[in-house]
Design a protein around this ligand. Structure first.
Ligand code: G3I
Length: 367
């Protein structure tokens, strides 16, 4: 990719400039022989999660969301933990701020997430019966989806429902929803969301579909079985969200992933990359080496994905290393700061950003 001075200091053209063709020369230069064919191809929308603390306190964070993103997802503010401090009322303050920012800046929105077994308020533990669980779940989804109808176009209806290492007869995680409602918790969530906003795209969001570990194949099978069951019951579901928290040191099963994507396509399902970052705690300490390895990991993963099935969006779980869950959850033994995202802690572009730009504008064989 021809790097310009602007690129070097991070002043990338905005999405609107690229799409308006104002940077057509950059586009043409970026992909040799691309010309009008490339400029005509719609780029894959790119975006990021927005963490409310950084969003409120750091102007450079908001600027980066404006400059690089087509789509924004509130990282935590649409989870039960944020919305439902107290059982009788909803606190939409954080979500409303990010939704308003996205609307004011022409960004699309993803909603994360209507049902998860984690990030629940303490009172959720009081839910004690099937009837009560269904009543609470349906009520929550009705109120949240209705509030953002027409503004949040895509919902992670359910998040991380697949058991980490699925077993025959036990495909789903042991959450309050699974315990009280059984596997039906998934269809109740999708059916309710579809009833409230029939125009929304409804996604099952989960992780670890790309790894060579045995769990990877088992989880891919559970996902397919779940989608088939939902479709057989006529329950609206539109796609899979692949979180793609990529471990830098683990072996990927890209063939298995591509077969999986083609199976999803055969079921008429979309795919989107929803939480991309690189867990680099086992990668070398040297920042330049680590950044290159992380970029190569993202390139290999996205290259395989796009060659099998064009994703509806590519979303990273944050933009800058300054704020990332990876630093907290996967601290490096050498104490070096995690470098999981496309911008460093000072908002300078890393090789991963160039990979993302090439992928979303590239002409790799697309499904
Ligand atoms: O905002 C409060 C703050 O007021 C309080 O002082 C502080 C200490 O208790 O907590 C703050 O909330 C934290 C929140 O992140 C905002 O930083 C929560 O405790 C903490 O649990 C929450 O962690 C989030 C985690 O999901 C659990 O919800 C991470 O930021 C977020 O990156 C992570 O994202 C998940 C996806 O939702 C699902 N896929 C995996 C991904 C990574 O774990």
């Amino acid at each position: 990719m021809r790097e310009t001075e602007a690129d070097r200091n991070g002043a990338m053209p905005t999405r609107r400039e690229l799409l308006r063709g104002g940077a057509a020369s950059v586009l043409a230069g970026a992909v040799p022989g691309s010309g009008s064919a490339q400029a005509a191809a719609q780029p894959i929308p790119f975006g990021s999660a927005a963490e409310i603390g950084a969003f409120r306190e750091d102007a450079r964070y908001r600027e980066a969301l404006k400059r690089y993103c087509d789509v924004i997802v509130p990282m935590n503010d649409l989870k039960w933990q944020a919305l439902r401090h107290d059982r009788p009322r909803f606190d939409f303050s954080g979500a409303d701020e990010i939704v308003a920012f996205a609307a004011a800046n022409g960004k699309a929105l993803r909603g994360h997430t209507l049902l998860w077994g984690e990030a629940l308020p303490p009172w959720a533990k009081e839910i004690a019966s099937r009837a009560e669980a269904e009543r609470e779940l349906v009520n929550h989804i009705e109120i949240v989806v209705d509030r953002y109808k027409g503004r949040i176009a895509t919902w992670d209806v359910v998040n991380e429902v697949i058991k980490f290492e699925p077993e025959p007869g036990a495909p789903y995680r042991d959450t309050i929803w699974q315990r009280l409602l059984g596997p039906e918790h998934i269809e109740i969530a999708f059916r309710t969301a579809a009833r409230v906003d029939p125009k929304a795209r409804l996604v099952l969001n989960d992780f670890l579909f790309e790894e060579a570990a045995p769990a990877g194949a088992a989880r891919r099978k559970v996902a397919l079985d779940t989608f088939r069951r939902l479709k057989d019951k006529g329950i609206p579901v539109h796609g899979l969200g692949i979180q793609a928290h990529l471990y830098g040191e683990k072996e990927l099963d890209l063939d298995g992933l591509q077969h999986f994507l083609r199976d999803l396509d055969a079921l008429g399902l979309d795919v989107e990359i929803t939480e991309l970052d690189v867990i680099d705690w086992k990668l070398p300490a040297d920042p330049a080496r680590r950044d290159k390895l992380a970029a190569d990991r993202v390139s290999g993963f996205l290259g395989a994905v796009v060659a099998a099935k064009q994703p509806k969006a590519i979303v990273t779980w944050g933009l800058t290393d300054r704020y990332s869950w990876v630093q907290d959850v996967f601290p490096r033994g050498d104490g070096a700061r995690a470098r999981p995202l496309p911008l460093d802690a000072d908002y300078r572009q890393k090789p991963m950003m160039a990979v993302l730009e090439r992928t979303r504008r590239g002409t790799a064989a697309r499904k």
